[in-house]
Design a protein around this ligand. Structure first.
Ligand code: G6P
Length: 612
């Protein structure tokens, strides 16, 4: 949600910043802007994509070795040129980029207006830069001190970078609630919302903690302190992501690349954890918490979006294998409804980005009530990964497409390993079952590879149904969340209305929608309530609905009922979500492409939702 990138060093800032904006564009793409000091403080911003900004600055003065840049996902004020970042202070001496929300901006704004400040945008951010300038003037302090004082007056979340026209050697960055990383290169600094714009320049980074400020001076070492003025010793970490992971690698879209990466990403999730031949599955990150989980009164999973669907699969897995009560909650609901949480509850937070504001807030609340909180995150070093007591990374690699694909299957893989391991230690599955599960899990990457072979067929099906106005997705048991996820993918990127339903629940409402126009996607693998799903398919057919069924290879019954069948390899029921999800991702992708939708950057969405 909004991406920020900034540069201070020996090289020209513009190429680094514009390239950084492209890398961050998945975080927000309704407007973009850049400010660079070259004697003047030159500021250019535009409604639209980064490419519109690039076009706009052609022929303008973009020289300079210090600059800040921003790609926006609107919260306060529509996407317009004026509301785009960076923002100037009243005198045009200072400029700021900001990701987050200043919650008390109205009060601050009223006060500033009273003092003669004029606002050019509807953003909460402009309040902050006027406030900083006001403090500099009235309290006669330097920029660093003014930023520090201002941040003490602000309620809300921020990741900011500030520069001043008369000092091309200084940049100040700070964070609270929104992520911020500082890259340390040779005689240069980069500041960004995440490591993606940094990795091609340096692998050495510092992740700022909440209420920390970085003071970056040309040719000097980084200085870190809190907004309460306590000095901090910088902790420099080495990035592990590679540049290749951030490129499209010959695919038309990041989403397609990420769908096709799943045999690899799922293997990566298992690497160093699953050893079928030795009869071992273990998650090192939560090893010390195993007894805590086994003794838990219940497990509560919290997440948003696609991660919430992974949690629903996790609920099925943990209850089925471990025989423990599991509740799955939307983080946004959980945090605001004063839930009953016991000290012997274990909360598992699931998040691709590790930055989702609602999930983060729910974690803090659960911790404050004494629960043990574990995380399943994809982004290493993210806020959620750091806020939880322990956890397991999904290791799917950077996911750039806004619609989550490989992160979902990696989350489900981690949950599957967790369920098998804990059930084994608890004794709720036998040694034989344990070994069978490990053997089968080891074969899943190859089976995903096979599921991907349905791509051409799925593209043909997409062509047939690309103009449908509604879609229904049905599944039962562990594949009900897969139906939800299939429907979400289609909604997100093709803007076709789609609903996921438990197949049996269809007759309590959605059945009224079914006519000859209505495509119904049914997940009907041979294992798990197969006969029941077949009956549900009959019900759809009786009302002339069109059936697209995901079935197990060699299926004998559904093929005679369905308009189209998509075959996935045979596997144990608990692993079917890892295979059945794949053709549904492809279906959403191809329909969106055929409808000329922007697959990687669907309208109104953002990859990392750092506002509540
Ligand atoms: C946004 C993204 C979704 C994602 C959700 C939760 O809505 O567009 O793809 O599932 O946030 O994000 P998280 O990073 O916490 O998994």
């Amino acid at each position: 949600m909004c991406g920020i990138v900034a540069y201070l060093g020996e090289r020209q800032a513009y190429p680094i910043l514009i390239n950084g904006l492209y890398r961050l564009e998945y975080r927000g793409y309704d407007s973009a802007g850049i400010a660079i000091i070259n004697g003047n403080l030159n500021l250019y911003k535009r409604k639209g994509k980064v490419s519109d900004l690039e076009e706009f600055v052609k022929g303008k003065d973009i020289k300079g070795t210090i600059g800040i840049a921003h790609t926006r996902w609107a919260t306060h004020g529509e996407p317009t040129d004026e509301n785009a970042h960076p923002h100037f202070s009243q005198s045009h001496n200072l400029s700021i980029i900001h990701n987050g929300i200043i919650e008390n901006y109205k009060t601050l704004k009223e006060e500033l207006i009273r003092r003669g400040y004029v606002f050019n945008s509807q953003t909460d951010t402009e309040v902050l830069i006027h406030l900083i300038e006001d403090i500099m003037k009235n309290e006669e302090v330097d920029l660093i001190e003014a930023v520090r004082i201002a941040l003490n007056q602000v309620v809300g979340a921020y990741a900011i970078a500030v520069i001043a026209k008369d000092n091309r050697d200084l940049m100040i960055a700070a964070r609270k609630g929104s992520p911020l990383v500082v890259g340390i290169g040779k005689d240069e600094f980069l500041v960004a919302s995440d490591a993606t714009p940094i990795v091609e320049h340096t692998k050495k980074v510092i992740y700022l903690e909440d209420e920390e400020m970085a003071i970056l001076r040309r040719g000097k070492e980084i200085e870190l302190k809190t907004i309460k003025n306590i000095n901090i010793t910088p902790y420099i970490q080495e990035l592990e992501i590679s540049l290749d992971a951030l490129e499209k690698g010959g695919f038309d879209h990041f989403m397609l690349k990420e769908i096709f990466e799943q045999p690899h990403s799922v293997s990566e999730s298992m690497r160093g954890r699953l050893y079928p031949q030795k009869g071992i599955v273990t998650l090192g990150g939560i090893f010390n918490y195993e007894q805590k989980i086994l003794n838990a009164r219940r497990i509560i999973m919290i997440a948003c979006g696609t991660s919430w669907h992974a949690a629903l699969v996790g609920e099925y897995l943990l209850e089925e294998l471990m025989r423990v009560p599991v509740e799955v909650e939307y983080a946004s609901e959980f945090r605001y409804r004063n839930p009953v949480i016991y000290e012997d509850d274990v909360v598992i937070a699931i998040s691709q980005s590790g930055e989702t504001a609602d999930t983060l807030a729910a974690i803090k609340m659960a911790k404050s009530k004494g629960a043990t909180v574990l995380g399943i995150c994809n982004v290493v070093g993210s806020s959620i990964a750091r806020e939880t007591h322990a956890g397991s990374y999904t290791h799917a690699g950077p996911e750039i497409g806004v619609a989550s694909t490989k992160a979902f299957t990696a989350q489900v893989t981690v949950l599957t390993m967790m369920a098998i391991r804990l059930a084994f230690v608890k004794g709720t599955i036998s040694n034989t079952e344990h070994q069978l599960f490990l053997d089968e899990l080891g074969k899943i990457p190859a089976k995903i590879e096979e599921a991907l072979l349905t791509n051409d067929l799925v593209e043909k099906i997409a062509d047939v149904y690309k103009n449908a106005r509604n879609f229904l997705y049905l599944g039962r048991g562990i594949n009900f969340p897969v139906a939800l996820e299939g429907a979400l993918k289609l909604k997100e990127i093709s803007y076709i209305h789609a609903e996921g339903y438990p197949a049996a629940e269809m007759k309590h409402g959605p059945i009224a929608l079914i006519d000859e126009e209505m495509p119904v996607v049914v997940i009907a693998p041979r294992k798990g309530n197969y006969e029941k799903v077949v009956s549900n398919i009959e019900e759809v057919k009786a009302r002339k609905g069109k059936i697209i069924a995901v079935v197990t290879k060699g299926d004998s019954q559904v093929r005679y009922l369905a308009d189209y069948i998509i075959e996935i390899p045979e596997t144990d029921e608990i692993f079917t979500p890892l295979l059945a999800t794949v053709p549904l991702q492809l279906l959403a992708y191809h329909i969106a492409v055929k409808r000329n939708c922007n697959v990687d950057q669907p309208r109104n969405l953002a990859k990392s939702v750092t506002v509540e």
